[in-house]
Design a protein around this ligand. Structure first.
Ligand code: 2P0
Length: 356
């Protein structure tokens, strides 16, 4: 009965990226995306989002995936690692459901892909959520987090809203390496991430390659995992107290620390550009002027800045950013709710069996 219901029906989910405050960089197991250290992030709201529509049908001879309207070759063994993981995820979840029709998946990001705004986190978590619902799998968030982690490490955190911790786990099979919610979004309504776009182009070095290159060649990296684990513990308590002073320095130092190990990688990995550096100096100046921490910068694997602040100081941050000419645009986000099902806005053209 359930099987006949899901055929030809379109399920659409919406999910969002996350920005790490203490970051994941370096894997102890590359195949399973098991991290060297735990990490902590905030899930962003729907100002930045991924929408994913899924349909299972016998009208297709093979699975089809479109990302931002471009067809992706998921059926070839030569396709990039991430696409192979998506295919594996689809097969795993379909087998679990006992439903054997081919899938049409159409996914779109509202923001630039692969430019350090965690498109793979948002995409991975939203896909797993959409598939779980389309296939009536009723997976728990923990199960979804473990599956999403294997598509992209950081995706395991976007399965939840609010502030989220990814516990690195110890087991070889990764069954204890998943994310957990630290606080609900409503617990700290005033928290903001102001994103300054200084570069919308695709990054030159993928994070997946970067993780391993840093472990293999950076001397500085050796000190990072233990330190990051300790920082996760401290910042988690500060977040539970809504203590911005207690978290700002950790956020900035952790970003600098991760980017230092990237620069120490051979050949060096450099994601930050001159605009990013100008933003770093400007935020230090703002904090000095206010005589306390009112804003904290952090950068992922890209040049775009995330400025963590609170509603009271958002205007001050915007004023500072206005003075930096290399900034192309800004986006403001509060804490998001995590992925959810949308009852309208399907991205699939059912007659064409492709994107709308
Ligand atoms: C993070 N980043 O914690 C860190 C900070 C970028 C810098 O996770 O190979 O795309 O898919 O597990 O998740 C980006 O790396 O890497 C990332 P994979 P991912 O958000």
């Amino acid at each position: 009965m359930v099987l006949s219901m899901i055929e030809n029906e379109v399920t659409t989910a919406i999910g969002t990226p996350n920005i790490a405050l203490v970051k994941y960089w370096g894997k102890r197991n590359e195949k399973l995306n098991l991290p060297m250290n735990s990490s902590i992030s905030i899930t962003l709201d729907e100002n930045l989002n991924t929408k994913t529509s899924v349909m299972f049908t016998d009208k297709l001879e093979s699975d089809l995936l479109y990302i931002n309207k471009e067809k992706q070759d998921i059926n070839s063994l030569d396709s990039p690692e991430k696409l192979r993981f998506i295919k594996k995820t689809l097969e795993f979840m379909r087998n679990k459901s006992g439903f054997n029709k081919k899938a049409l998946i159409v996914s779109e990001n509202s923001f630039p892909t692969s430019s350090g705004i965690a498109s793979s986190a948002s995409g991975g978590a939203t896909l797993v959520f959409a598939l779980s619902s389309a296939l009536n799998l009723h997976l728990s968030k923990r199960e979804m987090s473990i599956i999403a982690r294997q598509i992209s490490g950081s995706a395991c955190r976007s399965v939840y809203g609010g502030v989220v911790e990814w516990r690195k786990g110890k087991k070889i099979d990764g069954s204890d390496s998943y994310a957990k919610q630290v606080i609900e979004p409503d617990y700290w309504n005033e928290l903001r991430d102001i994103i300054a776009i200084v570069d919308g182009t695709k990054k030159k070095i993928s994070s997946s390659l970067g993780h391993q290159a840093t472990i293999a060649t950076s001397t500085l990296y050796k000190a990072r995992p233990k330190h990051a684990d300790a920082e996760v513990k401290i910042i988690k308590e500060a977040i539970k107290r809504r203590d911005f002073q207690g978290m700002a320095e950790i956020i900035m130092k952790d970003s600098n620390n991760m980017h230092a190990t990237m620069l120490d990688t051979w050949p060096p990995i450099m994601y930050l550009n001159d605009n990013s550096k100008e933003i770093i100096y400007a935020i230090h100046e703002l904090n000095d002027k206010k005589n306390k921490y009112v804003a904290a910068y952090t950068f992922d694997a890209g040049a775009n800045a995330h400025i963590i602040t609170t509603a009271d100081y958002a205007d001050d941050v915007f004023d500072v950013l206005k003075g930096i000419s290399g900034i192309k645009s800004t986006i403001q986000s509060g804490l998001g709710m995590g992925p959810k099902i949308k009852n309208n806005g399907s991205l699939i053209d059912v007659d064409k069996l492709g994107p709308k």
